[in-house]
Design a binder for this molecule. Structure first.
Ligand SMILES: [Zn+2]
Length: 277
């Protein structure tokens, strides 16, 4: 799944490698997918809009990649299980795809949705009010994401609030761009159990969680994303995850207790039963 580190990596690569490329032709892909989300435009509209556009800079909003199609449109990708891949040769094109842009230099960008994913095509005037765009919360790697801001989220909780730390971080109020993937290592670093009630975290634990969010996300970005996900050139990310499916039963790097797994809130959680309380 594309979360903030992967979106940041792919947006950076689009901005450096694809910028200036002109779209010879493009389409909504060759294989309809039930959970591929598009703008309210027909396949014919997509083809007409994409043709002749020029790739501009790409930026990030949480887990989303906002790729400018000059002069006046924007492609919004990410946030789900998209594989966004640039091909220098037709030999690597996927058989099925849900978006394709063929450039005038005979290279191609494809988006293939796994699970669910999006490929919105908007006029730039529509971007700010798109329901997936979040302009309320600061990026956790920005200067606006201060310890004060983060602790303020805890202060807003009523004493009987039942939200767990997992829900608090990835849903409401949420840390922008973080999903169930990035969550695992961050809670491990902070020594907090995913099921723990957010309202019960003490001041020191809030600080530890804040630091774990900033430092771990920064490492994930510097590594070019996590090792279970892929960049624009179909290469796995360089950040080696500590907690994921293959860690189950393996010794915790800190205390050697076997890592456990549980199904919780629509996605598996991995944790050290000793370190994370
Ligand atoms: Zn441990």
């Amino acid at each position: 799944m594309i979360e903030l580190p992967e979106a940041t990596t792919i947006a950076r690569q689009i901005s450096t490698e694809l910028i200036g490329k002109r779209v010879a032709d493009g389409n909504r892909g060759n294989s309809p997918h039930k959970f591929a989300f598009y703008s309210d435009r027909t396949p014919e509209d997509y083809a007409a809009i994409l043709q002749g556009k020029t790739m501009g800079e790409a930026t990030v909003n949480g887990p989303l990649i906002l790729a400018s199609l000059e002069p006046d449109h924007m492609l919004i990708l990410g946030g789900g299980g998209e594989r966004i891949v640039y091909h220098r040769s037709d030999a690597t094109l996927p058989k099925k795809h849900q978006l394709l842009m063929h450039f005038t230099d005979d290279t191609t960008l494809t988006v293939t949705v796994q699970g669910w994913g999006s490929a919105f095509l908007l006029h730039k005037s529509e971007v700010a009010r798109h329901p997936f765009i979040n302009l309320r919360n600061p990026s956790p790697l920005s200067d606006d994401f201060t310890l004060d801001y983060f602790q303020g989220l805890f202060s807003a909780l009523e004493p009987d609030d039942a939200r767990s730390c997992k829900f608090f971080i990835i849903s409401k109020p949420g840390v922008l761009g973080m999903g169930n993937g990035c969550l695992q290592d961050i809670l491990w670093h902070a020594k907090i159990h995913p099921r723990r009630r957010a309202v019960d975290l003490g001041e020191a634990e809030q600080r530890a969680l804040y630091t774990a969010i900033r430092e771990t996300l920064q490492k994930m970005v510097e590594g070019g994303g996590r090792d279970g996900d892929y960049d624009l050139f179909n290469r796995p990310g360089g950040y080696q995850r500590i907690l994921y499916s293959k860690s189950v039963g393996q010794p915790c790097p800190e205390c050697s207790t076997p890592i456990e797994k549980a199904a919780y809130l629509g996605g598996a959680i991995y944790y050290c039963p000793k370190c994370q309380v």
